[in-house]
Design a protein around this ligand. Structure first.
Ligand SMILES: [Zn+2]
Ligand SMILES: [Zn+2]
Length: 499
């Protein structure tokens, strides 16, 4: 029996054994049947996602796939933020969506749908399983208004001329998740431009913005008990997660930047309204970091000096970003980027360089080639494979340790080659349920040949048997021109598609 499934919980700053809130009746070592209620903070659709954002969705996908590997059902909910996210995560600045619509001179709804579609195309290319439910903020405004109403009713919220705010002093555990003292937060907030003199404390945050003052011309707007306006960014995640998953979620995932503002606000809103625990496990993915080696990463004019680019977090607001489409244009398989993400633990920063991207592409190619070889050679699984399965499972069960899981995969491959025993595809394909690298599809594609090609390969084998080397070479050349590579081994001629 292996060890339990354990995840690092940002709330307790510890690795904890994971079981879902509603445990199944029957359990295996690490799971069994049962539902894990999981919410993933989705994209703000004002621009393309950059590969740093996408890393965070790869992390959430690996988490979900790991839970599924151990037998859980995961009804995952992901929001699409199409209103209310200001250029600062706090209440200052402009709505990112409205700003982009003005910049591009396009209709705001068009912008929202366009970038939403681009996002879901990207995650499909990365073989990220689509969430069971994806929900747009703009389609849940009534739920948000109801939640704000409840907070006002329970004394957690108040309104000014400009907005409705959450009063953080009414929620004593406000700083539990961020572990940033309220005094520090207040000091930081005081340095910001205060745009509403009616706000009781600079640490309070907006639940609803009225279409007045700086938001007088806000295009997206709805009626509410507090006047026409639009919801603040944070309220959508409380309203939608509780609508689809209930008051208490098993897991909530997001980028590590959400630990200090967004997520504490979401907790305050949800627990303030229900009086129940909101999230049992908070899990956060670390950033992708761009080093100065990748100066040509910046697909947009960069506002900073050339040598200040070292170790900058990749963020849209930094004007310093690389899209999945850029990698594809440069000839990389999107799944090679997925493979690259496994080179670091999800809680560790990952430094992106073109060298590491190349290394990942060739590592992925080797893995695909191995799967194609193993498929052609075949064989039954031998008892020694079990130990590698256990190592792989131990790695993913231990807070999704993907570098260690990949080490287990590579050990399995080395041992198969050393022993000349290739009955490892069942193991590899079951690992791939978590890895999501489409190994079965690529092995099948690489080894599928049509009858004409198969005939040529047979003819060449006969020519070799007859020592007719000229004909054998001619056929090899002909096949190579058609993108078929041959390899003569003691167990016969192997082939694979190279293109
Ligand atoms: Zn979140
Ligand atoms: Zn969120």
């Amino acid at each position: 029996m292996g060890m339990a499934l354990s995840f690092y919980n940002t709330l307790t700053r510890r690795k904890e054994e994971f079981t879902p809130l509603y445990p199944p009746l029957l359990r295996g070592d690490r799971g069994g049947s049962g539902k894990v209620r999981m919410y993933t903070c989705g994209p703000t659709v004002y621009n393309y996602a950059h590969i740093g954002n996408l890393r965070s969705y790869i992390f959430a996908d690996v988490l979900r796939r790991t839970l599924e590997y151990f037998g859980y059902e995961v009804p995952q909910v992901m929001n699409v933020t199409d209103v209310g996210h200001l250029t600062s995560d706090a209440d200052t600045g402009e709505d990112k969506m409205e700003l982009e619509a003005r910049k591009e001179g396009r209709d705001i709804w068009q912008i929202a749908r366009f970038y939403e579609q681009a996002f879901f195309e990207d995650i499909e290319k990365l073989n990220i399983e689509p969430p069971a439910i994806k929900c747009r903020a703009t389609e849940h405004v009534p739920e948000m208004i109801a939640l704000v109403g409840k907070l006002v009713e329970r004394g957690h919220a108040y309104q000014t001329d400009q907005a409705v705010y959450f009063d953080v002093t009414t929620f004593p555990t406000y700083t539990d998740l961020s572990r940033q003292s309220l005094e520090d937060k207040l000091t930081a907030a005081r340095d910001e431009v205060q745009e509403d003199p009616g706000k009781r404390s600079p640490a309070d945050f907006a639940l609803w913005f009225k279409a007045v003052g700086r938001f007088e011309h806000h295009v997206m707007r709805w009626d509410s008990p507090w006047g026409v306006g639009f919801p603040g960014w944070h309220i959508e995640c409380s309203a939608m997660s509780m609508k689809y998953l209930g008051d208490t979620l098993d897991i909530h995932t997001g980028g590590e930047d959400h630990i200090w503002v967004h997520h504490p606000n979401v907790v305050a809103q949800s627990e303030g309204a229900t009086g129940r625990k909101f999230v049992r496990f908070w899990m956060h993915g670390a950033f992708l970091v761009v080093s100065s080696l990748g100066r040509d990463l910046k697909s947009r004019p960069n506002e900073e000096s050339e040598d200040a680019a070292d170790d900058r977090r990749m963020g849209k607001s930094e004007g310093n970003f690389l899209r999945l489409g850029t990698l594809i244009d440069k000839g990389y398989d999107p799944l090679a980027y997925r493979y690259l993400c496994y080179s670091a633990h999800y809680r560790a920063k990952l430094r992106f360089t073109w060298e590491s991207m190349d290394a990942a592409a060739s590592g992925y190619k080797n893995l695909q080639d191995f799967a194609a070889r193993a498929k052609q050679i075949g064989g039954d699984e031998q008892p020694w494979v079990a130990e590698h399965r256990r190592k792989f499972e131990d790695a993913i069960a231990d807070d999704l340790n993907m570098p260690q899981a990949m080490a287990a995969v590579n050990e399995l491959i080395r041992e198969a080659e050393r022993r000349g025993e290739y009955g490892v595809l069942d193991a590899l394909y079951s690992f791939d349920k978590v890895l999501g690298l489409n190994l079965r599809e690529s092995a099948e594609r690489a080894t599928s040949v049509d009858a004409r090609i198969e005939g040529l390969i047979k003819e060449r084998e006969q020519a070799r048997a007859d020592k007719n080397w000229a004909r054998a070479d001619e056929i090899r050349k002909q096949l190579s021109e058609q993108g078929i590579a041959l390899e003569d081994t003691p167990s016969g001629t192997l082939w694979r598609r190279t293109g």
